[in-house]
Design a protein around this ligand. Sequence first.
Ligand SMILES: Cc1ncc(COP(=O)(O)O)c(C=O)c1O
Length: 954
Amino acid sequence: MLQLNTNGAEFIKRHIGPSAQDTEKMLASIGVKSVDELIEKTVPSIIRSKKPMQIPEGLSEFEMLQSLKKIGDKNIVATNFIGQGYYGTITPTVILRNIFENPGWYTQYTPYQAEIAQGRLESLLNFQTMVCDLTGMPIANASLLDEATAAAEAMAMIFNHVNKTDTVTQPKFFVDSAIFPQTKDVLVTRATPIHIQIEEGNYTTAKIDDSYFGAILQYPNNTGSIEDYTAFIDQVHQAGGLVILVADIMSLTLLKSPGELNADVAVGNTQRFGVPMGFGGPHAAYFATKDEFKRGMPGRLIGVSIDAQGNRALRMALQTREQHIKREKATSNICTAQALLANMAVMYTIYHGPVGLKKIAEKIHGLAQNLEAQLASIGIAQSNKFYFDTLHFSGFDIAALQKEALAADINFRYFNDGKNDNSISITIDETISAREIEKVVGLFEKITGKKASSKTAGAPSIPASLVRTSTYLQHPVFNTHHSETQMMRFIKQLENKDLSLNTSMISLGSCTMKLNAATEMIPVSWPAFSSMHPFAPSSQTLGYQEIAKELSAYLCETTGFTACSLQPNSGAQGEYAGLLTIRAYHEHHKQAHRNIVLIPISAHGTNPASAVMAGFKVIVVACDAAGNIDMKDLLEKATLHKDNLGGLMVTYPSTHGVFEETIIDICASIHELGGLVYMDGANMNAQVGLTSPGNIGADVCHLNLHKTFAIPHGGGGPGMGPICVNDKLAPFLPGHVYNKNKIGAVSAAPMGSASILLISYAYIKMLGAKGLELATAYAILNANYMKSRLEKKYTILYAGKNGTCAHEFIIDLRPFKATAGIEAEDVAKRLIDYGFHAPTMSFPVAGTIMIEPTESEDKAELDRFCDALISIHDEITAIEKGVSDKVDNPLKNAPHTQKVICANEWTHAYTRQEAAFPLYYVQQNKFWPTVARVNNTHGDRNLVCTCEPVASYA
Ligand SMILES: Cc1ncc(COP(=O)(O)O)c(C=O)c1O
């Protein structure tokens, strides 16, 4: 029985919104007697799970925290000198408390509704400005997933730019041997399916001709050496290629920028700007380039525009590049990125300012010089002539040092390729002081039996030709908020502009904006998890290993599969990784020609984009009038392409919010024809405990942990997209440079953004099998309750055969265009006046809104949202009847800002009260948008993606 009164499991009642009493009222409104009856009517019996999930009973919040503390104690937080893209950093506590641990920031959604997202848009614009300044590039995006995937995105972008036509004339890509191995690994994974030829070598001897489209180098490089790439960059340019520099962001405060070196793209990680290592993530990667490539840039770009009153307003620019529109023509599948971490990194920069930042870099560099000098005095030779923070040593007893270092909980980076490269590197970061340097020197003294002298360094360790002389971060925003009071207020000011889950429900269909409970979030900040380096020795990471093992088992249990990879950093990366497993499976079975993937027209845009990235050709399948996959079309196309059929990508329940009855037949037909089935798990919130991808007959799925498993959306990331597979595909899961498998890595770190896995782990631990199943049932109940109220006024587009919807449903707004001149956008913007974020707009059907309430919303909130939509319907009726003006009405002018409402002049045909306080509850809790409707075309025509010069404010 699906009943709320589950003894003992107190968290269930904290997580699920409706009370037992309200449940009765909601069931009555739907016209069913029990939650069980609703589920029976909604989820086809043929796919229902036959036995409960093997997941232990839920723990209380207190018990879960205690248990997680014990697991954390199994991790050893060592002093890390490993570097390799991950660095100790000091997160300013004002940022930790007011952003990282603040639901006003971490529960925001991607800023599609710009009018209620000006705070994070402003912050992301600051991030772009910071990246442009430090890299010396004119344009930067608002973050990518990690350094290695950013490098792969850059490679794909320049490949497409150089090879403009379908015939590839320049297929080769030069990869300098001295880039981080994890970056190389991800590049190879990405290059292989799209037939990019990677040529690895030493840039000093490489011969680049016109068969190369580009090259990638690292600055400073893998061992820490600063190299002057100017001549090589010229060589590549002369051959008609383009150059990517992977640059350490901190070093750029002291080094000539990639822009000044004439690189075409600069990428890297901003982790060391105040974002904890977290065993690999989440962190924001940066991507900056020249103006001529801006229309091919991956990810999200924030731009400046104006609102309906002509005031400055920010928005996501060039949205036509989103995969929703480009689909299989998209060159990148990036959707969820790392907005929250980009915000943290830029706030760190704002807090320190250019002077403070340079001081940090100089301290790091100074300590490295000091260590070099001390070790030189005992005969330990350093091989980097020029360096920033990393020293490279060889020619001594490395095994002896390693033993002493491990005993002292000190980690160095050990290079040992099993042949002749026996060396170590020592990387200094912001958290290192003279005390730690002395400890390191002590270890060397012990193994050499010599006493170091502390004479200071002699020759400069940055080459004169590469010393930075250009200025950066001159904008006032980077030179104002340096006291904690200023910083706290600046963060709050921006937070106040944004509608988050701590304001009201965010009913975005397909996005599952459920509760992100504080108890789930708290462990992410514990040093036992946040301070772990992803390449720390495995003897130090037992806690993380335990979490990974247990969480993987739970995810397999919920999906009905047998193996799991936690590596993909987003849903779309999960799609890409899952498709690579299918590709590898076919190759293994000597069926490499199976390169066709069928994708229904209703699929999310990332599906076709990921398929192309994984080397598949996309064939689109139609949907019928009821919103289901058109079986006839599917079978015809599958049969036509049976010899080359790689598989099918399907979302379940469908993006139309319906459990299709034919799903088992669909999967069986694909299997019969030699294909495999990829299930997009974005809608798992309607499946967990009731059915599963395995049950339905799929072979692989990804899980958006930032939807179903309670990781917050962070204003556009972080997310996690692990994949689960059946036995067939288990041998083909992504590997990693330190743990090779049949396919390579899809992320820089072995467990992706490991630290946020704790959130999903805690969620599952506290709900237990019963709570998880109940959460799914209540997600379906809440959606059907809203549907039962709203169908009296609006047309609901699709429903299952018993008239119910799954966990979401679509309202058709298209008819109002003819009757009242009202479009979906007008309704979305008017909802802001009622204090709500709009549901998902025009996906999967243009001119509609898709509502997904989730289980965490209570009846009162659902009612407020329904009341708002019903009241908006009345406003539309008034226009239809001619009572309201067709142009000057509250919908067309929405949203209304405080400035407009309080202006001395009011010329509209409706009252101020109708405009701003249309229902009683709004008077009790008014959320004001800070800008009026944002002008999209103006922003794209006049593309400005960095903070405007100070003069423009005057
Ligand atoms: C159905 C569907 N598939 C895939 C994705 C992509 O997931 P992500 O944004 O995590 O990359 C989404 C994201 O909203 C989605 O709704």
